[in-house]
Design a protein around this ligand. Sequence first.
Ligand code: NAI
Length: 347
Amino acid sequence: MVHKVTLIPGDGIGPEVSKATVRILEATGVKFEWETFAVGAEAFEKSGEYIPKELIESIERTRVGLKGPVTTPVGGGFPSINVALRKKFDLYANFRPIRNLPHIPTRYPDVDLIIVRENTEGLYSGLEHEVVPGVVESLKIITEKASTKIAKFAFAYAHKNQRKKIHAIHKANIMKLSDGLFLRCCRSVANDFPEITYGEHIVDNTCMQLVMNPYQYDMLVMENLYGDIISDLCAAFVGGLGFVPSANLGDECAIFEAVHGSAPDIAGKNLANPTALLRSALLMVRHLGEHEASTKIRNALERVYRHPEKLTKDVGGKAGTSEFADAVIEEMEKADVQPAAVQSSRA
Ligand code: NAI
């Protein structure tokens, strides 16, 4: 079977980490057919559109996207392509597992935390205007429909995957109506899942609690902005932004991308760590039902991380993005030629 996937390499470090990831995916033997598109400033130069029509049609057809990061201009310019794609395809659930890889020294070695972020509204609705000169209004939209949907997603995932605890993260002490509604929806869904412990923490306290002791949490569910900020905080538990994957999931389509941005400070230098996009691709490969390939990549990745010299600079290594990909592919090839008994004794 050939899996058709819409590939958006992105900009900044996007093309480098995408190329590395695609090479590793293809080395598993699974067949992919990539429909590749530029977005953002690069697409605008070519076609006059920030999100080309052909890209939208491609995702409607393939229903699966793999996406590198895309730069969003700060304080002006075109609106975020990432936010626009999530809204366009109603990718309402942003699923971000935060897990350590072995052999990466961190302050907390056993983090296994899942962040579920509402992906389509909140302050990222993009509704801003200048009321009078010097006064700007930015609207935070919270709806019962989207809040209930994201709460149901989180609890259903917890139920299916034997997770024990969910905390809803909020600021309902100040934003009584908007975050208050979000909490009411979470409480209502929580009532249907008595086997899962439900708690609520205020977002500023959550940041402090996480830094003090991330092990106290199991799953966190929250609106858009808090999810964006808290995921970057949590990336620090597992080695930094080079490690955290994400899946943008809707009822019809899914787009897989890393949590990190386009990292202009290291772009084009073969320095970026492709692990976060590769781990996002692992989520994609499982979504496509290719469990064997996913295990193969995960095992190879873990074996590479035993060798500090094969790692990228962000984790103290000397390898470039492409050499890191070579090392993962080499480990997969070694596993292929080893007898099954040897492989299973290592699993
Ligand atoms: P960033 O995530 O691009 O970079 C923050 C820091 O982490 C930088 O020092 C960077 O070098 C490092 N870093 C990030 N990814 C890395 C990797 N794979 N390997 C090694 N080091 C890595 O965040 P920043 O600088 O705030 O944003 C840059 C641009 O990216 C902005 O235009 C922003 O809008 C965009 N962005 C796009 C996202 C997306 O497409 N999903 C998500 C977040 C930001």
